[in-house]
Write a new protein. Structure first.
Length: 202
């Protein structure tokens, strides 16, 4: 991502009220405070990145937190004052019942600490070695016009030779594994429906 495309003002942090325009679960200052006491390789990349890429990384990480996991309950605010529901997957409630995390803490209608921490950890992984923000999801394979997925391409230069292999089905596209933030989410007690990850079936 080119430097300067996002600015600090582009980051709208969810504060637990169910904003309809929020795009992050953590502010830059929260992220840096978290990074400063952990100093892992990925988090240091976030610390060393410029502001534009930090903002982009937090937005990408928040999107990933919401799209990858199935959480207990439903969003808290169906109409956030603009005719639209809240923008992000937290805060949540469970149809009149409270939501508790794995420690027994009531996280109903709030953004749980585990969600904030996982967002920051994912943001660290969204910064590449060059200090640029990049997507955390891998784009799914797209079939060709005959409905086949390319499984192998082998090219040889001089004399020209090319080999391609195809498959009619691809099954499931599995998301990447990010050990630390994945574990934070899985151990949070906030996952619903067996805690299954969302996967894309093709």
């Amino acid at each position: 991502m080119a430097t300067g495309l996002t600015e600090a003002g582009d980051l709208i942090v969810e504060d637990g009220t169910g904003k309809d325009d929020a795009n992050s679960f953590a502010s830059i200052s929260e992220a840096l405070a978290y990074v400063n006491v952990r100093q892992s390789e990925f988090l240091l990349r976030f610390k060393e990145a410029d502001e534009s890429n930090r903002v982009a990384a937090l937005i990408l990480a928040t999107e990933y937190v919401c799209l990858r996991w199935n959480y207990v309950g439903d969003i808290s605010v169906e109409d956030a004052g603009s005719g639209f529901p809240q923008a992000l997957c937290w805060p949540r409630n469970d149809g009149g019942f409270k939501i508790f995390d794995a420690r027994g803490i009531d996280v109903t209608d709030t953004v749980p600490n585990q969600i904030v921490e996982a967002t920051i950890e994912y943001a660290g992984r969204a910064i590449n070695e060059c200090g640029d923000a990049q997507a955390l999801f891998t784009d799914p394979d797209v079939p060709d016009s005959a409905g086949r997925f390319e499984t192998l391409v082998r090219e040889k230069i001089g004399p020209l030779e090319e080999e391609r292999r195809f498959s009619d089905t691809r099954g499931i596209t599995i998301t990447r594994k990010y050990t630390v933030p994945d574990r934070i989410i899985k151990r949070s007690g906030l996952l619903g429906g067996g805690g299954a990850e969302r996967v894309c079936r093709q």
